[in-house]
Design a protein around this ligand. Structure first.
Ligand code: GLN
Ligand code: ZN
Length: 751
């Protein structure tokens, strides 16, 4: 069987691109030096894939920042404000990606958004009315030729015009439909250049096809491709989809004159049934995405083989290519860099390089290979904990419901907590100054004793409490000085987790994250946060809020298991955090915040799947965490992006007592939606943006609160920043919080 890879991680085997780019941004290396590093990365990627025997290797999957932005620059879709800076081509590109502040001017970056259901973020192109679409770039061509020079014949990867137009923001009066024809014309010119240079295959990525599409969308898609395919200049065109199935567009796609169609059999829950029920055109190649491009587990050859068998009942064997489910950009580069992980664990993982081996083995599967692979799917070392299994099995319906009901609890809490109107609080973390980070890393390296480590943090907590008292905040926090990251910290204190050294995955630009791996059944070894919260409480008479990360966020920011369902996994985590909640309560902490910063992250791309595939277990899992507390105990939650207008009923049914969220950047539209939905939960819409060092004035905060009050009942309103303060400096934090408390006092006095 032939093999196809959609794309390879461009950050480099050891994140070379990140380090070189950052040096370039700091002016420490020249553009030529940066280009050299980039070329070496591409060369290694190409030769690695070639040695693995991959038939369809992508070129142009590289990017200095983002492929969507590359596409915009390729076709001259660049807002005038960046061109006006008069910078070099690459510098203009970085100005659009990251913003520019210097002698040539001061412009903000283009917006950044989540790339479908991944943790990668793309740059949102802006189309101005006088933008003149024109093929001005040569990146696809030069990267194709560069590969050819290395004796690697590639398929040229491009973001397709449909997805590109769907993701572009039209800032003037023009719409996607008005410019599609002109854009496709330029894609046609690119095809012709590629063809003249000797290319034979292009891979046009259209992930937008896996979303909910209207009939207008589908006609738009068909129109675009009817035009483009007539300008193919002899090129073979692979229409590549990923991140799900293309149930709305399947007929339209198969009716068009593509040479090959790439479908996702991993996340595409309906792909196989579409294929079987609707058939597949005789003359076309099917690139079957069967190797998971998002997770790090070894492929089950037996399972893959059985899917392949079913595929072959529809498509002739010689026209089936084995492929990845999406670009390998979303997995770490190589397992070879993991020196500390025992082999018993490692043998179960496949990062990008190892996935090439899987493709190879699967394409020519021997009984020996199959048998060796099958062993991996028997019981894994340390992965099953019968006690945890029994506990999950024993969860009763009633465990998902907290009693008494919200309204009763609200009245009780108002009485026992005795907070003023418009209570002030923060989201949890305080500035992580150099000494705080040093304390943690010294302890980790064994350079200081546990006692020294704890003493230092206690001193920090005490200072933090004194500061909050002095500022006059109403609900205090301990400051989270013991935490590096809100998920990693909990992962490290739960059984069932495995950590890597170098398993970095690109998040945006050159920034990477290193998600921990859920290896086995998850349980709490011992109390995690109780001592810190107890200590904080002992420093003050004011209420101190305990601070936890919720199960959905812990799950979403980890590599999940594949041997049990996501639902089962999240319930295990929920039970572990539930134990922590009850421990905090038993130790006198009567306000507990359970952060669900990443709740929206894995919401399925199609609305019709939202509940059945996700919210129906995610929301109950959250409820399970707090359903055991007394009516007097107040449960808070926090979410980072207020992009939850469309799931407000689900958020309300998390049944927290208070929710704080980011609202300062979103024009408070969310508040209208809350009102329309009769949102019952008390709310703390962030009154200032913590993502910038700017100090909001008292007047500005009073103004913001006044606007909020028009849309929210006073009795439900909290006053807080929009997220944790850990990335901020001390001085700006103190000033901002002082103004926040002052603003709340002014509002109270007006009442
Ligand atoms: N409690 C966390 C903090 O304050 C929340 C972080 C987040 O929402 N991303 O840092
Ligand atoms: Zn947040």
């Amino acid at each position: 069987m032939k093999m196809s890879v959609i794309g390879f991680p461009r950050i480099g085997r050891n994140r070379e691109l990140k380090f070189a780019s950052e040096k370039f941004f700091r002016g420490e290396i020249s553009e030529t030096e940066l280009q050299d590093v980039a070329r070496e990365i591409r060369e290694l990627n190409l030769t690695t894939q070639k040695h693995a025997g991959i038939d369809l290797i992508a070129s142009n999957d590289f990017s200095f920042y983002d492929n969507v932005l590359d596409t915009a620059f390729l076709f001259n879709i660049v807002p005038q404000r960046y061109k006006d800076l008069g910078l070099s081509q690459l510098q203009t590109y970085f100005a659009a990606a990251r913003g520019y502040q210097g002698e040539k001017g001061n412009v903000k970056a283009l917006a950044m958004k989540k790339w479908f259901n991944t943790n990668y973020h793309y740059i949102v192109p802006e189309f101005e009315d006088d933008t003149k679409i024109e093929l001005i770039g040569s990146k696809p061509l030069s990267e194709y030729l560069e590969a050819k020079d290395l004796d690697v014949e590639t398929k040229v990867q491009l973001i397709g015009p449909f997805t590109f137009l769907k993701l572009t923001k039209f800032v003037g009066s023009k719409k996607a439909e008005d410019v599609a024809e002109a854009l496709v014309e330029e894609y046609g010119k690119l095809f012709s250049k590629l063809s003249n240079a000797g290319a034979s295959f292009v891979q046009v990525d259209e992930p937008y096809l896996v979303r909910d599409l209207s009939s207008e969308d589908i006609s738009f898609f068909t129109k675009i491709y009817t035009q483009l395919l007539s300008k193919r200049s002899g090129l073979k065109v692979l229409l590549q989809t990923y991140f799900g199935d293309i149930r709305d567009a399947y007929e339209a796609v198969t009716a068009l004159d593509f040479d090959a169609i790439g479908l996702d059999f991993v996340e595409g829950i309906k792909t196989l049934s579409l294929l079987k029920s609707k058939g597949f055109p005789k003359e076309k190649i099917l690139v079957a995405g069967l190797i998971n491009g998002k997770n790090i587990w070894k492929n089950s050859y037996a399972k893959t083989n059985s899917v392949l068998d079913e595929i072959k009942t529809v498509v002739d064997e010689e026209r089936v290519y084995l492929g990845t489910s999406c670009s390998l950009l979303h997995v770490p580069y190589t397992l070879a860099s993991e020196t500390k992980l025992p082999e018993d664990y490692k043998k179960h993982f496949a990062f990008a390089e190892e996935k090439l081996v899987e493709l190879q083995e699967l394409s020519d599967l021997t009984d020996e290979k199959l048998a060796a692979n099958q062993v991996l799917f028997e019981k894994r070392v340390d992965s099953v904990d019968e006690k945890v299994r029994a506990r999950v099995a024993g969860i009763k319906d009633a465990d998902y419901t907290r009693l008494p009901v919200f309204e009763e609890r609200e009245a009780i809490q108002k009485k026992v907590l005795g907070l003023p109107n418009f209570p002030t609080t923060t989201i949890g973390s305080f500035p992580q100054t150099a000494d705080v980070r040093k304390n943690r890393s010294d302890f980790r390296k064994g350079e200081i004793s546990k006692d020294e480590y704890v003493k230092f943090n206690q001193k920090k907590i005490e200072e933090c409490i004194r500061l909050q008292e002095e500022l006059g905040l109403d609900v205090l926090v301990h400051g989270e000085f013991e935490r590096n990251d809100m998920v990693e910290y909990f992962g490290e204190h739960l059984s069932g987790y495995v950590f890597t050294e170098k398993a970095w995955v690109l998040s945006y630009g050159t920034r990477c994250v290193k998600p921990p791996i859920i290896w086995g059944d998850v349980s709490r070894k011992e109390a995690i946060t109780v001592e810190w919260s107890k200590f904080a409480k002992s420093c003050t008479d004011k209420p101190v809020k305990g601070m936890l990360t919720g199960p959905v966020t812990i799950l979403n920011w980890s590599f999940p298991r594949e041997d049990i369902t996501i639902k089962e996994s999240v319930l295990q985590i929920a039970l572990a955090i539930r134990d922590e909640v009850l421990d905090l309560e038993a130790n006198g902490i009567n306000i507990i915040q359970i952060d669900e910063a990443a709740l929206r992250e894995k919401l399925p791309l199609r609305k019709s799947d939202w509940y059945s595939e996700y919210l129906d277990f995610a929301i109950p899992a959250f409820r399970l965490v707090h359903s055991g507390v007394k009516a007097e105990t107040q449960i808070h939650t926090h979410m980072c992006y207020s992009e939850f207008t469309d799931i407000i009923p689900a958020i309300d049914s998390m049944d927290a007592d208070v929710i704080t969220f980011e609202a300062s950047r979103s024009d408070l539209q969310i508040l209208d939606a809350l009102k329309e939905n009769h949102f019952k939960t008390e709310v703390g819409p962030g009154v200032y943006d913590i993502h910038s060092p700017r100090v909001p004035s008292v007047e500005e905060l009073v103004g913001q609160l006044t606007k909020i009050r028009e849309k929210t009942e006073d009795s439900k309103l909290w006053v807080n920043p929009d997220c944790g303060l850990k990335t901020r400096g001390v001085e700006e934090t103190v000033k901002s919080l002082r103004n926040l408390v002052e603003a709340a006092k002014i509002i109270r006095a007006k009442n």
